[in-house]
Write a protein that binds this ligand. Structure first.
Ligand code: 0RA
Length: 734
């Protein structure tokens, strides 16, 4: 502000008010001030570069998380204009960065087709940044300008020459007095950047993380655009058709509407529909999706009837759902003035898009079927199988209804219900095994906590059609207890509990049952996950007694940490050079050794030799092997992988740990069933003390891939996934 003092004109005041407005109510502009909003800042900046790419001027976008926690987005577009703005009497770059909604092109030559969910522009990011530096290469010179919290701190200056290079480089550090989030996360940004590269074919997006220990780096470039996206989504599924692509454009009421559709059928029983408008993921669907679905249904039916693949009766009874079984589709439209509706403003509302997408799909799909009759036949056969399973399931449902099982009046005999009737106050515990079920039933709060013991394995719904699913007693019991019905009769408002808690043993079987239940909820009752009704209980793994004091410990990692802290008290650790490590460094080393040990154990449990896995990863160069990362940290501390595999460091770890163990009595629970009723309630069920994880579904693409991988037929990719991620279901962010 000091740079500008003395010459406040009307426009400057408007600028200050705009920037202050954003800072006063950040959530109104970027959604929230937590993790989501923090990362949203990045998307706002990247979207400007994507716009340059869509206008045909930019081919490369480089995103870097810097060591100091700031983030840089660099592109090779035209560069933000630096000449005087025609009406504002200031450099255009200053206007773009300090005036709300001034991010667009001044001459109106090309509409902004990109733009994040909120589409607020780079000035908004500036307002919410402790500092922002912008460098522009344009007209042979490198120009630079600096800002803080939306205000100019260094006026535009020329800092170098650049020949005929052009481009924009924005570096910013979010204002930590506004955000509760503290750092950019690779895992959050990487999926969106990959998605942007799929949606904007030909653009190269290079992403690297230079912060912290884990140096990630990845480059995304897809000449095939959304066709390659569909291939990526179906990587672990068996295709039944090639990837089929349609595109076209039509004049709409507000300008040219472009539509692109890629689809492929697989042998899976689920459907994945990813839709976008102006690069925004329209989670709630909208007119582009409805247009696509209508055209798909009509075309398949017409082709089937005309070519005698469908009988009249089958033609009448087929539903859209039947025709989408096993389908993966990406729909991407570009609309000049998009209308977003729905609860989360992610539903496309422009009515004309329905017809535009619909006509493109019906024309081209019919042609495709005519030219590829064998594919058409496979698709129609799959559709008929889906329809038959649906009819069988309906018949089964009706017969059970007649017996009064599905109407909620007669709840399953195994369910120990609670007395409270307000679902907002009640909890359903799905408990593995009858003995744990018994403890849970005795220990629970009878008013609000219901118990449903599950016997044996739950059916894997990834591999079963709906009719087989409903024939499964365990699944039927679940559906009835939850109360929302199923399939065509699904009604989330009938949920009898707003917390459904999966409570399984902390062993491999427990993890398997948990994954099966999650698969069921994700594929068949996703709305329960969307609404945040699904939880994972976190029973303790250990009971630790020390001088008559009892403590419960949740994880192996936590136990090791405690033992190492206690054990280090009278230990000296020396490095290879013979120097004694400071206590902090020794603690850090031991923590790392414990992590290496945990990774090795996990690999061994799954039939791998840790040494071979590490050597493979080291030889390959690149690649994300957990062990490789851990050993590179070890080298940084002056030790070698040989010190570990040779046993020297393993002995150190064991010695310190067993020293820490002295005077403690440690008991490892083998299952929930070993806890008595009070213990189970106190540690795992008591709302005042327990730890529970709420199951969230941030990223449909990742979730679909992971469930396909974990529960599907393909063995090789599953092995690879486990190897790459040293899989621990507990840490899966789903
Ligand atoms: C305003 C006008 C023009 C380009 C841009 C802004 C622009 C903004 C950003 C933000 C990041 N990268 C960007 N690249 C370009 C049009 C420039 C012209 O007409 O030459």
């Amino acid at each position: 502000m000091s740079e500008q003092s003395g010459n406040y004109n009307a426009e400057n005041i408007q600028v200050l008010e705009g920037m202050e407005a954003v800072r006063k109510r950040p959530a109104m502009y970027i959604g929230d001030t937590g993790e989501r909003g923090y990362h949203h800042l990045v998307y706002e900046v990247v979207d400007n570069s994507i716009d340059e790419a869509l206008a045909g001027y930019c081919s490369m976008i480089d995103v870097t998380i810097n060591p100091d926690g700031s983030l840089t987005v660099q592109d090779n577009g035209r560069g933000i204009p630096v000449d005087l703005h025609p009406t504002q009497k200031r450099p255009a770059i200053e206007v773009v960065l300090t005036v709300l909604h001034a991010g667009g092109k001044f001459d109106g030559s090309n509409y902004k087709v990109s733009g994040g969910l909120h589409g607020v522009g780079v000035s908004c990011v500036n307002a919410l940044s402790e500092w922002m530096n912008v460098e522009v290469k344009r007209n042979g010179k490198v120009h630079r300008m600096e800002f803080s919290r939306g205000h100019v701190t260094k006026k535009l200056e020329v800092v170098g020459e650049c020949g005929d290079e052009t481009g924009t480089k924005v570096t910013f550090f979010p204002d930590h007095t506004i955000f509760s989030c503290r750092a950019f996360k690779w895992e959050i940004l990487v999926n969106r950047l990959r998605e942007l590269a799929f949606l904007n074919k030909g653009v190269t997006i290079h992403f690297r993380d230079d912060e912290g220990e884990a140096h990630h780096e990845e480059t995304f470039h897809y000449e095939g655009g959304i066709d390659e996206f569909v291939g990526y989504l179906n990587l672990n599924k068996k295709p039944l058709s090639p990837v089929i692509h349609f595109e076209g454009s039509k004049e709409g009421t507000t300008g040219m509407v472009q539509a692109e559709v890629s689809l492929q059928y697989t042998d899976s029983y689920s459907t994945l529909e990813q839709t976008y408008c102006n690069n925004i993921h329209t989670i709630e669907g909208g007119t582009h999706l409805s247009g696509f679905r209508r055209a798909l249904t009509a075309t398949i039916k017409k082709y089937g009837l005309d070519n005698k693949l469908l009988k009249e009766k089958e033609f009448d009874s087929l539903t859209g759902d039947d025709m989408r079984e096993g389908l993966t589709v990406v729909v991407s439209v570009k609309v000049p003035q998009p209308q977003f509706e729905g609860q989360t403003k992610t539903k496309l509302g422009n009515g004309e898009v329905d017809g535009i997408v619909g006509s493109i799909v019906s024309d081209r799909l019919m042609t495709f079927f005519e030219e590829n009759p064998s594919v058409a036949k496979i698709v129609i056969e799959k559709t008929l199988l889906a329809a038959r399973a649906r009819e069988a399931a309906r018949a089964a449902r009706e017969s059970t209804r007649r017996k009064g099982v599905m109407d909620g009046l007669s709840l399953p005999g195994k369910l120990r219900d609670c007395s409270e009737r307000d679902p907002a106050k009640t909890e359903l515990f799905l408990v593995e095994g009858d003995s744990a079920g018994g403890s849970a039933q005795t220990g629970r709060d009878r008013a609000t906590q219901a118990i449903l013991p599950l016997r044996g394995k739950v059916l894997n719904v990834e591999k079963a059609r709906i009719d087989r699913m409903l024939a499964n007693a365990e699944i039927r019991t679940l559906i009835t207890a939850i109360g929302c019905g199923f399939g065509e009769e699904w009604d989330v408002s009938k949920a009898r509990y707003h917390k459904i808690v999966i409570m399984t043993d902390a062993d491999v079987d427990g993890a398997h049952i948990r994954t099966l239940l999650l698969t069921f909820f994700y594929r068949k009752m996703p709305e329960l996950i969307d609404r945040g009704y699904i939880y994972l209980a976190q029973p303790p793994l250990y009971k630790v007694e020390r001088k008559k004091r009892t403590e419960y410990v949740l994880t192996d990692g936590e136990l090791t940490e405690r033992l190492l802290t206690l054990g280090l008290d009278d230990f000296e650790v020396k490095n290879a050079a013979g120097d004694t490590l400071a206590r902090d460094n020794a603690a850090e080393l031991l923590k790392l050794l414990a992590e290496i040990e945990a990774t090795s154990k996990m690999l061994e449990e799954r039939g791998f030799d840790p040494k071979a896995v590490f050597e493979d990863a080291a030889a390959q160069g690149g690649g994300a092997s957990m062990l490789k990362k851990q050993f590179s940290s070890l080298s940084a501390m002056g030790f070698t992988p040989g010190d570990w595999f040779g046993g020297k460091l393993k002995k150190l770890l064991d010695d310190v740990r067993s020293h820490g163990r002295q005077g403690l009595s440690i008991y490892r629970f083998k299952g929930l069933g070993e806890m008595d009723a009070d213990e189970l309630f106190d540690t795992t069920m008591n709302p005042a003390k327990r730890h529970m994880l709420q199951v969230k579904l941030e990223d449909a693409v990742e979730a679909d891939r992971i469930f396909t991988l974990l529960m599907g037929d393909e063995v090789e990719p599953r092995r690879k996934f486990i190897e790459d991620n040293a899989l621990n279901v507990r840490n899966l962010d789903i």
